[in-house]
Design a protein around this ligand. Sequence first.
Ligand code: NAD
Ligand code: AHE
Ligand code: ZN
Length: 369
Amino acid sequence: MKTRAAVAFEAKKPLEIVEVDLEGPKAGEVLVEIKATGICHTDAYTLDGFDSEGIFPSILGHEGAGIIREIGAGVTSVKPGDHVIPLYTPECRQCKSCLSGKTNLCTAIRATQGKGVMPDGTSRFSYKGKPIYHYMGCSTFSNFTVLPEIAVAKIRQDAPFDKSCYIGCGVTTGVGAVVNTAKVTPGSNVVVFGLGGIGLNVIQGAKMAGADKIIGVDINDSKEDWGRRFGMTDFVNPKKVTGDVVAHLVTLTDGGADYTFDCTGNTTVMRQALECCHRGWGTSIIIGVAEAGKEIATRPFQLVTGRNWRGTAFGGARGRTDVPKIVDWYMNGKIQIDPMITHVLKLEEINKGFDLMHEGKSIRSVVVY
Ligand code: NAD
Ligand code: AHE
Ligand code: ZN
């Protein structure tokens, strides 16, 4: 079949809207009509050439929601008409990682996913006879896409696509980092670095978990109002702090934070996030994705004296199990999504979504097909 898609032909070039060819689902795969997709900073990071796994030409996008239109041989867990969220972290429930109960990082298809192809080693997308690569196993910047059965979460039919798509990455990552990875406890002091589409979800997760002080840190002053809307109690713009920002945050948290979260992808910020944790127990969670070649550093003494440095992908969520529950949280009013979706765009306007993100003018842009 033909489908409209925004194709990343080259790094650092705007996406081009073209009609691409899409092969139908093979055994164990499903065809999904994407109804809406968010634009996450990770899409921009890959498009900007910072991703060591970035391959071009490819169809980016990994934060979608849509409807199953066709299933391949042997597919049993979903059927045409089901509403689904594509999962860049699948859940096979059979691999060593899934069976361990210790991680959400399913390994069943990770190797081929990172190479931009389906589990059989080929791409379903092509343009003018040449293959176009998949991205993060999702490629939601295409109106139709093919995914492995294990990489879709079936969700309730009454959840609106233009909001539930955000659960495909940002919401689950931010809220999940708090509840699944850090396991923030009531009364905790929390510091969140980077108040964008992920950081604001960390804030709402921390509020939901009963955190006491929730300090937001961002170099963009306009993020202060945003943070306060979701439960932030204090705002720090590091550019306006005289002296060391870590010392400032340690003072604000009476000796250091119980939990900190990096939602910037900046390795200098990651170090600050670790070092403003409380001696003896503070835990810092890396969410941000750093540019290829960047490394983190700190004095080992920071860890010797009891600080913990950890990371999280997709908020530690097991996609097929946890995503439908997060959709319920949204539908029951436990978490908010609507106010964070600041821009709704047509596919033809998708590059504007990237510009708004880089200019710090959006929280989430959503493309509706
Ligand atoms: P975003 O662009 O919406 O937000 C980033 C925020 O960080 C902005 O408000 C910006 O002003 C702020 N910022 C930038 N530099 C800063 C600095 N030096 N100090 C303080 N604040 C700073 O991006 P997003 O969509 O929220 O994504 C945030 C990060 O999380 C990205 O690196 C993204 O790739 C990553 N991410 C990781 C996962 C995961 O599973 N680990 C999932 C989604 C996104
Ligand atoms: N491809 C990059 C790493 C990118 C990365 O860390 N991605 C996160 C999700 S970001 C979503 O917005 C992730 O899930 N990581 C775990 C995984 O298995 O990819 C690189 O450095 O090569
Ligand atoms: Zn993302």
